[in-house]
Design a protein around this ligand. Structure first.
Ligand code: HAX
Length: 436
């Protein structure tokens, strides 16, 4: 057994005992009252999930196992001095609850490089059977489902496994899946945007550096940008659409590929992960409609008001939980300020940030007028040459796999049961509200 699995057992088994004890012996403890408003506005604020990988504070933003993004930038091992942390490190942290050593991240990099070699050829046949202009998320998700023929969880389940061991083949499947996602993403990118001129992985590179390399980018700054992108998008506690969906589908003991694929269908919604593409669509349409390269703040303000008047959302702004500027936005802006402060799309993103929050706040209904992670990620990627914005949600998906699949391993360690909330009809709601 490898040392990561040993660590998971060390930390996980005592915690799994506590979870069982809580459900059995303290099951009648009342935690909160739930209002009709909460049920009818997407269950916001209703604590109904157990997730340990990360925690989201409305004002401060995300913390991964207690560490903020700036702290991770300090504490996680990096590919080079002064660079961005390696996603392998945040994965280790989420999985074990402990900060990794350099050896730990190298071990994960090597594991993933080795496991990545096992992608069966039918996965590429499935991608190739789709029209080239099928959205990259369709191609990505089809490939994920096609890879489920390899599910180690399914194979182990068929042999009649003990419930308490479910986490083990889940972990194995998760490691396989994570190892292969960059190859799949780069394959789709090269197929759709670069005439299928594929680039082999470089075994000397880390997971995210290799993704940039396989997409065709050798600039060290792009590789570092990819590392940062993969770290900051990896997890946002348990209730966001992609995490919650992966958890829900996984609760039926669907294998990790099915569960992750379901999560990716959620990520592909424009109010969730595909907002990164929508932001670029909005900016480019604004540029075309106004007929300028860099709209002024006044032009942006008018355009934003028009968007609202048309009954549309301003993508990249607002959040279901956050009530301040998303630290994932701030860290990307910082990266942009350091490497390309005068780039046109960075100027635009900054100008939008200067005017849009006031406009959203003035509506009186938007609970969070501040930018989220998607407000600048596309501008940053475009600035560094990844201009094909249809690929952005795929990149988000590769990163989000780190968090939601770690959550799945923990769901299985805890032995969480099938999820099945109660629903009611309108008559029940009317009765509760006293409406005749
Ligand atoms: N532009 C215009 N209107 C907005 C808005 C925005 N950016 N954000 C919220 N609103 C509106 C809502 O549509 C809602 O309007 P109605 O009452 O007319 O239905 C009202 O303000 C109240 O909404 P809320 O409570 O503030 O926000 P929700 O929790 O319901 O929704 C969203 C959160 C992120 C979906 C929302 O802010 C939004 O649509 N933002 C734009 C899309 C976006 O950037 N999504 C990415 C979010 C981050 C993420 O998951 N990334 O993956």
């Amino acid at each position: 057994m490898d040392h990561i699995k040993q660590k998971i057992i060390e930390v996980g088994l005592p915690n799994a005992k506590i979870v069982k004890q809580l459900a059995k012996e303290h099951g009648d403890v009342v935690t909160q009252e739930v209002t009709l408003g909460q049920i009818l506005t997407g269950m916001k604020g209703v604590v109904s999930l157990l997730t340990c990988t990360s925690k989201l504070d409305p004002v401060e933003g995300i913390r991964f196992r207690g560490y903020s993004i700036p702290e991770l930038q300090d504490l996680l091992p990096k590919a080079h001095e002064g660079g961005q942390p390696l996603p392998e490190g945040v994965f280790y942290l989420m999985l074990t609850g402990e900060l990794p050593s350099k050896e730990d991240v190298s071990y994960i990099s090597e594991q993933w490089a080795t496991r990545a070699r096992g992608i069966p050829s039918h996965v590429f046949d499935v991608i190739n059977a789709l029209p080239k202009d099928a959205h990259p998320m369709i191609q990505f998700n089809s490939a994920i489902l096609a890879m489920s023929t390899e599910s180690k969880f399914r194979k182990a389940y068929l042999t009649g496994m003990d419930k308490k061991d479910y986490w083990d083949p889940t972990y194995e499947g998760v490691m396989d899946l994570l190892s292969r996602l960059p190859i799949i993403a780069a394959y789709i990118y090269r197929r759709v945007f670069h005439d299928g001129k594929y680039i082999d992985p470089d075994p000397s590179l880390d997971w995210a550096g290799n993704l940039a390399h396989m997409m065709g980018f050798e600039d060290p700054v792009v590789k570092d940008l990819m590392r940062m992108y993969m770290v900051i998008h990896s997890d946002h506690e348990g209730g966001n659409v992609s995490a919650h969906t992966t958890h829900l589908v996984g609760s039926a003991l669907s294998n990790p590929y099915y569960a992750f694929s379901a999560g990716m269908n959620g990520l592909a919604g424009p109010l969730h992960g595909m907002a990164n593409q929508e932001v670029m669509h909005w900016i480019n349409k604004m540029k075309r409609d106004i007929g300028v390269e860099i709209p002024t703040k006044e032009q942006i303000a008018d355009y934003a008001k028009q968007t609202l008047a048309n009954g549309q959302v301003i993508p990249g702004y607002g959040h279901a939980v956050l009530r301040k500027t998303d630290p994932r936005f701030s860290v990307q802006l910082e990266f942009a300020e350091k490497h390309a402060p005068e780039a046109p799309y960075i100027q635009i993103a900054r100008n939008i940030y200067d005017v849009v929050p006031d406009i959203l706040a003035a509506t009186g209904k938007v609970k969070n007028p501040w930018p989220n992670v998607d407000a600048i990620s596309g501008s940053l990627l475009t600035t560094f040459g990844i201009k094909e914005f249809q690929i952005y949600t795929v990149l988000f998906g590769v990163s989000r796999a780190l968090g939601v699949l770690t959550q799945l391993v923990w769901d299985r360690l805890y032995g969480l049961p099938i999820e099945r909330p109660k629903s009611q009809d309108l008559a029940w709601f009317k009765e509760k509200a006293g409406i005749k």
